[in-house]
Ligand binder design. Sequence first.
Ligand code: DOR
Length: 427
Amino acid sequence: MSVIISGATVLTDSGEQRLDVRIEGGVIAEMATTITASADDVVLSAVGCHVLPGFVDLHTHLREPGKEDSETIETGSRAGAKGGYTALVAMPNTTPAQDSIPIIEFVRAQGRRAGLVEVAPSGCITVGRAGVALAPLADMARNGVKIFTDDGSGVQDPAIMRRAMEYSRELGITLAQHCEVSALTAGAVMNECSCSSEMGVPGWPALAEELMVHRDIELAKLTGARIHFLHLSTAGSVHLVREAKKAGLPITAEVTPHHLSLTEELLKSFDSTYKVNPPLRSAADIEALKEGLLDGTIDAVATDHAPHVRRDKELPLDQAPPGMLGLETALGVVLSVVPMSAAQLATVMSTNPARIAGLSDRHGMLAAVGRPANLCVVDLDAQWSVDPTQLASKSINTPFVGRSLRGKVRHTIFEGVVVVNEGVAQR
Ligand code: DOR
């Protein structure tokens, strides 16, 4: 029995080609202009669609262990598969935090059990994400962890960060920084701007992000370590990364769909759906982020999928937790606001993030015979809007309900198995 993707435009090493694709034994077995299906084959109709490498999310909060009322590894995996993802990097701000091998192995095993995407746990940089003592980086690296972060908070102490960077070089791992100098963001609920003054709420200055980006660029210079910057949100950060890359430093960066599409003014409603960390910024910041994504300064789109239960998000703005859903809307939001070719999309949503996460041996590869079948089939022109009753995520904290989005996932194939067919999860 094979899976046949029929009638699609396939993104290959030599560009876009009109081909059928046959998948068998977890790999791409054949690509030809026409492949005739046998009676027991599963045929996925894909006329008008593109076959792309399955998306890879560098930044997913799956909440398990600890907050299974907002998301579980299974529901988050399903949301990911519906969004075209075949691999998710699980953020470590779980309870307990992902700072030891038993937790790492638990997260990985729950991912395998769900069987919808590959769940690649990140490890903490410091014990309990407390920023005080280094976590057992070498043990976790030996266990297969490729990317380390204290996401949810940045590593404040430059001496700890320097030490982590020195070790990371030896271990061949990537450190991913949540850039926020917390002394500058105490009590802040939104970007520091004229709106925050008018609303009388504490603002979050761009400098809180940019100071840490600058510090870590300097530390990368000193140590030669690789550093990845999570969810960049300001024009100043884009400028710093652009200059650092020009100087040849091994730096990568990501941007979220919401920082590419939503502005600080939305907080005027006091609606905590729009409260995120880092905060939504200005239209000028959005323009700089888009430019950075298109010129390669920013390597990847990453969702920062951050489910929260309704009762938490209904708290007053200053008490509600930051974060919004991202996995099921990422493609639609990104294509709605940044004009991109299929090849550009594959680069920023799959190939680059797979490389940064250390997953390139099985994800992020353009279709070719013999390669692993981790693929998504997407209609890049489909207009659609989110039906909140159809979300696979356990939470509903998305601001994109009611917006018209462009670009929809039709099918997702993970390890050769159809896990989403016509937009419907099969498991
Ligand atoms: O908005 C956010 N939510 N940003 C983060 O860095 C953490 C995340 C969460 O865990 O909810």
